[in-house]
Design a protein around this ligand. Structure first.
Ligand code: PHE
Length: 455
């Protein structure tokens, strides 16, 4: 029997949506989106980001779904099945590499969330002021051992879920964690908006200032869209290989895109009012979340320390869980590849991936402290991996995926996947094709060229 025939499926439609949304919603929304918005001038960046999600994100996500569900294989295997012997398979190899690289540095920040969960749990934040949070974050992230150990713990947790498998591990964890995360985010939005001076933060988030838009802003917004939607590396195509025949690909893409965007915007609404109300600059970079947020709880519930305690603890647990549903998906891309293409058992494949990521992750972790002077192209190792993957590999992968489904893949296959064999009405089919054939690849190409300063 072919491997694809006894391949497992997600058990339900909602399970499939939540697993994909679990991959998309993560540190990219709650940690990266706010600091990218801060670094790139605020509301104008968000508008360009939204345009990228609509023009490129959703159609490319559908393409990944088509590729994954039709081939029922890992991201590199998919091209072997759909385009045997052709160079298209390099899209898959690049995706696996991108997944591996992202997992290695993402786990560093994911590890930070565990330290903050512990601190919140032992009541370590009580009575701290804005400046204390800044100094303690710097001391922690520069420490050579602690963040590294947390990164290892995080990768081991990810490993444990992967080893449990697709249904019991990936689907079940997403079904429990995603709704919890959503409710908590809503509560936090209310807390943050009630802070004095919150309106300044909201203005920053909602009033576009187009004078701040440079070519780099376009590239950052596009990179953020791909990163946040988990696109361009075959992560969602790997998940789609576990979708059953009834899953409506268009609807699933729309749901995932909406959930992901809502969470990102809400994270902005939580963080900016909070940052402005205590005078922290919105372009504080990667530390923004870890400095402003613990402070929000102290400020919002200063009079009722128990509430401050409960909310900070819940928030960091959920942040860690959101990160976990994303690291699981990156790990799965690489594990499914090693398992199916190199013909080793799933457990052994997972061991290789976890070990490799720990080794590479150590460099990223140390780049906040002892290796902070080791620069590649002016960037620390961590920043370099982030820029290389999100600004180059993911958009390039996305462009090639769009071209593959638009120009190479048999039109009938694309139609059958999107309409579930003709059972669904797909009034937007022509529009989808137009976008993946022309709009999305041209838009990505223009942003690349623009960044090179040629336009
Ligand atoms: N989308 C995830 C997030 O927002 C990150 C991610 C990127 C996950 C690429 C999988 C693949 O945190």
């Amino acid at each position: 029997m072919k491997a694809s025939q006894n391949r497992v499926n997600f058990g339900s439609k909602i399970g499939a949506i939540l697993a994909a949304a679990g991959s998309a919603v993560g540190l990219g929304n709650i940690w990266r989106f706010p600091y990218e918005t801060g670094n790139n001038g605020g509301a104008a960046f968000i508008l360009i980001y939204l345009a990228c999600v609509i023009i490129m994100g959703l159609p490319i996500m559908m393409s990944e779904f088509v590729i994954g569900r039709h081939s029922r294989a890992n991201t590199a295997g998919a091209y072997r099945v759909l385009a045997p012997g052709s160079p298209w398979r390099f899209i898959g190899y690049m995706g696996v590499l991108a997944g591996f690289l992202i997992l290695s540095y993402y786990s560093v920040v994911a590890g930070w969330t565990l330290e903050y969960t512990l601190q919140a749990g032992i009541g370590g934040f009580s009575g701290m002021k804005a400046e204390d949070f800044a100094t303690s974050f710097i001391a922690f992230s520069q420490n050579p051992w602690k963040p590294m150990l947390w990164m290892v713990v995080f990768l081991v947790l990810t490993h444990a879920v992967i080893v449990m498998g697709v249904k019991k591990g990936i689907e079940k964890s997403a079904k429990i964690m995603m709704p919890m995360l959503f409710i908590l985010i809503l509560v936090l939005v209310c807390c943050s908006l009630s802070l004095p001076g919150a309106d300044k933060g909201l203005k920053f988030l909602l009033q576009p200032d187009f004078s701040k838009v440079t070519p780099g802003v376009f590239l950052s917004a596009m990179g953020q869209a791909f990163f946040s939607l988990s696109l361009g590396l075959g992560c969602l195509s790997t998940y789609a290989s576990y979708f059953n025949k009834e899953t409506n690909l268009g609807k699933t893409a729309l749901s995932v895109g909406c959930i992901d965007t809502c969470v990102a915007i809400m994270a902005g609404i939580i963080i900016f009012p909070a940052a402005f109300s205590v005078g922290i600059s919105p372009d504080a970079g990667p530390s923004l979340l870890f400095i402003t947020l613990p402070n929000v709880f102290q400020l919002a519930f200063g009079d009722i320390p128990l509430l401050a305690y409960i909310f900070s603890l819940m928030f960091y647990i959920l942040l860690a869980l959101a990160a976990l549903t994303s690291t699981i998906s990156m790990h799965e891309v690489v594990t499914a590849f090693v398992h199916e293409e190199w013909h080793v058992s799933r457990n052994r494949a997972a061991n290789y991936v976890t070990l490799g990521c720990i080794l590479l992750g150590i460099l990223s972790s140390l780049s906040f402290g002892v290796l902070s002077h080791f620069l590649i192209g002016g960037m620390t190792f961590f920043d370099f991996l982030d820029a290389l993957t999100s600004k180059v590999m993911l958009p390039l992968g996305g462009m090639l995926i769009a071209l593959f489904t638009g120009w190479y893949l048999n039109r009938q296959i694309v139609w059958e996947e999107i309409s579930n064999g003709g059972r669904l009405k797909v009034p937007y089919f022509k529009c989808y094709l137009l976008v993946v054939k022309y709009f999305a690849p041209i838009a990505i190409g223009l942003i690349f060229i623009n960044e090179l300063g040629v336009l």
